[in-house]
Design a protein around this ligand. Sequence first.
Ligand code: FES
Length: 649
Amino acid sequence: MTDPLVIFTPSGKRGHFPVGTPILTAARQLGVDLDSVCGGRGICSKCQVSPSYGEFSKHGVTVRDDALSPWNSVEQRYDDIRGLPKGRRLGCQATVQGDIVVDVPPESQVHRQVVRKAAAVRDIIMDPATKMYFVTVVEPDMHEPSGDLERLAQALKDQWQIEDLHAPLPVLRKLQKALRKGNWEVTVALHRGSLDDRHQLLDIWPGFHEGRVYGLAIDLGSTTIAAHLCDLRNGLVLASAGVMNPQIRFGEDLMSRVSYAMMNPGGEVEMTAAVREAINALTVQIATEAEIEAEQILEAVFVCNPVMHHLLLGIDPVELGQAPFALATSDAMALPARDMELTAMNDAAQVFILPCIAGHVGADAAAVALSEEPGKSDDLVLIVDVGTNAEILLGNKTRVLACSSPTGPAFEGAQISSGQRAAPGAIERVEIDPATKEPRFKIIGSDLWSTDADFGTPQITGICGSGIIEAVAEMRMAGILDDKGLIGSADQTGTLRCVETGRTHAYVLHDGTQAGGPLITVTQGDIRAIQLAKSALYAGARLLMDEMGVDHVDRITLAGAFGAHISPKHAMVLGMIPDAPLDKVTSAGNAAGTGARIALCSVAARRDIAQVVRQITKVETAIAPKFQEHFVNANAIPHATDGFPNLMG
Ligand code: FES
């Protein structure tokens, strides 16, 4: 007679198993994703399933059509003490009695998919490096003199098929007490190597430990440090927080920080200490916000540009300031957090740093590649991560190219006469009527469009990066600005908003005399700063297109927190990005941060990106003769020679 058929949903995996086979065993043999922390002892309840074919027994009573075993004493005890939801069974206790369809609910799937909350949906397949295991360890014996760690390693091998266990000193110090207090049953947090299969013991608790473990995905930028606290069981983000990078006091942009290290012996040590201190404070802050203990944070993944990468690791960045821009290492790094003095998280916490692509193209660009996967695209996609330095990727299934371009801080509102960072009070959207040349604008913190004359206009404090881009593009479309970027006089433009400022003109965007707030003008110097920034961005993209041998791209993805706020139309009117159908220009949100989260949640992704980065062709803008030519032509608005047919529609 054939053994009963067991079908799992939603995976559809199926097989025949003898009567009496535990559902958890059947799931493992078929490769069905069914969780277990206690190893089938009926303690953790992570293995819950719902039989969906026929009825099933409860409280020892077998009913007709039952296809699972009656409740046993372990399952009954669990239900009595903690309660099992209606219709649920413990997969490790219920056994096959007949043909059965078993549904594995999402919360019982280890590798369940977490959907990113961004415009383009991207699934994160959970495959975390750090997991919890419940294990029973053999007691020591006068005749068997092995150490507690060796017996724990053997128990993990026997019960979980985990080999190659290592214990750092901070956990080794807890080991003996935990084993004895738990009466030789303990829960351990194990970290599987990001780049090899060694297992590190990260923490240990007596008995079955219900607590959760967490990880940080950190996007270490030159201006801000952003962190997401994720639950390592399901990848969900519990809290997000950000702080200014305190290295700003050593230099606004990357090269000025490299210069600081060059000019001041020991300067790199000061900058390393500053950023580590900020990360420690951010760790405490985010743990407090999520109401967890910072020591429950067992992992951190970092993405950053090459200079930040070196300064985080305590490596002198001076080589990155001069050709040939050699990195100390471009490989992914996996190391203990305590080696980097990241002391706020767990003593044994592990850090993973994504690989850099080249001396100017960092782990942040690798994180964008991980998130956006240009190498899996049929379309030729241009990905632009806009920040103080723009990281640019161009590619499809055939080939992926990368470069970085020094856009400077103008896109973040710096170097602009009324510029400010994106914060409440900053003008972020601008429209100018082409007939009257009158502006209206939106400020951060208000949904209303305002004009100078609006009584009660919320307090305006300045203009941020997306605001200045829209302002310049609108000025060009309204005829206030010519294609060379020169602001016309009142006579030339027909508006008194164009005022003389010495030998040039400025456009009054907000006249503070009517409704309050400061006088905000767009000056010729502002236009120049934006022209330089956008020319650098465009030239970098064109250089990659030259290298690829194409004169257009199928789609464009704007990444970065700032990229999320840029209007595609205004970016193209300005000539920041090459021509493309406007509906093919999309925002990916903070793609580097998403890449960090993916790496935090998936060892497979870490190994994947380490391979992918090796296949990306790096293009060095600093030594490419064509870069200068593209840069000069891109100074015009939108461009001296390149056409923008998609703007004409
Ligand atoms: Fe832990 Fe079933 S595996 S209760």
